[in-house]
Design a protein around this ligand. Structure first.
Ligand code: GUN
Ligand code: ZN
Length: 437
């Protein structure tokens, strides 16, 4: 057993996310190893009162610091670290000119390994302890990322990118025989092999990963949906309704379905544990489909602002009631820092579809990147919070990390002011340490 004494931030479950944060000025977090060797929270609360119950437990004291749940990130692309900040007219030219050529380099296992090492370290350095992320269409890219996440104890979910049309030929899923015609079938076989190899091993999970409807044939989407039905505990990840040209393309390719999102529904790809990136240009029928299926949106504000894709409609999502959480979407997204992502989400709320815009509270923003994102993944009570029973992934924040942070946080006269100061001024320097269970 081990205890940490510091200010503590965590969330009351089942309460209004905008007002669910608990802040202990002088708190104690007690953790212990479970039978699987994972560190799990035993107790959390005020130091006075709790300390006496654990008299023989060693305590590490961090005066002036804040312990908060490790961040949960719902969408990124580990092969796109090197394309961060590549400007383009919009999503489709950006994919063509920067993203696909870079992803092509992941045909080489050595390239995958060094990219995976950097990506996992960078996520952890920024305080992300659970991540759902894309690999490429090369099985070796998936192997490399799982291996590295396992080594560094990151809780990671990924899968083989399914893409059997409308991308450069070398990037399409390949058949087992050079020049063979079974590439679609092979992509599903490879997905199942990787799933059986990695899903549920240590802190790893598999996600069935059709890139987006335009780059998959009917047969591939159908096969992905069948796989998802056979393995209900695996995740599904894809993209939807990000950009007007993308939507027009998807509607053109799948004219029989009532909307872009419903294409996925009809192939069996909308269910709990299905996470769709962007979800910007939705109508209420789409929102109801998300709600009724239990799927969740990965809101990617830095990406949406950078690529000019649009603004996630928070008011619409809450009115109809579907789940969502935050994501960095590297490399359409511009930063690994959850603080940058939360700040961009705040801007998106302010300028969003309602006339006056919303003012998302700092507690709500923080919840979207921790407990709320965990809930969207079906991992509520497992990660993203510090309640007893949660895996003990946390960040140690140093509000003195920069002169401006120190000056501003010293003036904070409420929890919301303190959280806002960190969201607005924070970056990787605020994360003094990431502790992983
Ligand atoms: N839609 C399909 N692929 C991608 C991608 O790599 N990034 C983003 N932002 N959108 C996509
Ligand atoms: Zn993406």
């Amino acid at each position: 057993m081990q205890a940490y004494r510091s200010a503590l931030l965590y969330f009351r479950p089942h309460s209004d996310p905008g007002q669910s944060a608990v802040y202990e000025e002088d708190g104690l977090l007690v953790v212990d190893q479970n039978a699987q060797g994972t560190q799990v929270v035993q107790a959390v609360g005020p130091y006075r009162g709790l300390a006496a119950r654990y008299p023989n437990v060693p305590v590490q004291h961090f005066p002036g610091h804040i312990i908060a749940p490790g961040f949960v990130d719902l969408h990124s692309h580990y092969p796109q670290t090197n394309v961060i900040g590549s400007p383009a007219e919009g999503l489709l030219p950006w994919l063509e000119h920067y993203t696909f050529p870079e992803e092509n380099r992941f045909a080489a296992p050595d390239y995958c390994a060094q990219a995976a090492t950097f990506f996992v370290a960078e996520m952890l350095r920024n305080g992300v302890t659970t991540a759902l992320t894309f690999a490429t269409s090369h099985p070796a890219s998936v192997q490399a990322l799982f291996s590295e996440a396992q080594r560094q104890h990151l809780r990671l979910i990924t899968g083989l990118c399914l893409m059997d049309r409308h991308a450069p030929p070398d990037l399409l899923n390949q058949s087992s025989q050079p020049g063979g015609s079974d590439a679609t079938e092979q992509s599903l076989i490879d997905s199942e092999t990787l799933l059986q190899c990695w899903h549920g091993v240590d802190r790893l999970g598999y996600a069935i990963t059709p890139r987006f409807a335009p780059t998959s044939s009917d047969a591939q989407l159908r096969g992905a949906g069948e796989l998802a039905a056979r393995y209900p505990s695996v995740w599904i990840q894809s993209h939807v309704a990000e950009n007007h040209e993308e939507i027009a393309w998807a509607r053109d390719l799948f004219p029989a379905f009532s909307s872009y999102l419903s294409t996925y529904a009809d192939f069996g790809l909308l269910r709990q544990r299905a996470i769709y990136a962007h979800c910007i240009h939705f109508d209420d029928a789409d929102r109801a489909l998300m709600r009724d299926s239990g799927a969740a949106a990965a809101v990617c504000p830095t990406s949406n602002l950078f690529l000019g894709s649009g603004f996630f409609d928070y008011a619409g999502a809450d009115r109809v009631g579907f789940q969502y959480g935050l994501a960095n979407d590297v490399g359409g997204g511009t930063s690994f820092s959850p603080f940058h992502t939360m700040l961009a989400a705040y801007y998106v709320g302010r300028v969003g579809q309602t006339k006056t815009g919303l003012s998302l509270s700092p507690q709500h923003l923080w919840w979207q990147h921790t407990a709320g994102a965990a809930q969207a993944l079906g991992l509520g009570g497992v990660v993203g919070n510090l309640q007893p029973g949660c895996e003990a992934d946390f960040v140690l924040l140093n509000p003195q990390a920069t002169p401006l942070l120190a000056r501003r946080t010293a003036q904070a006269s409420s929890l919301d002011e303190l959280l806002f100061a960190m969201i607005v001024l924070g970056d990787d320097r605020l994360v003094a340490q990431t502790v992983i269970s």
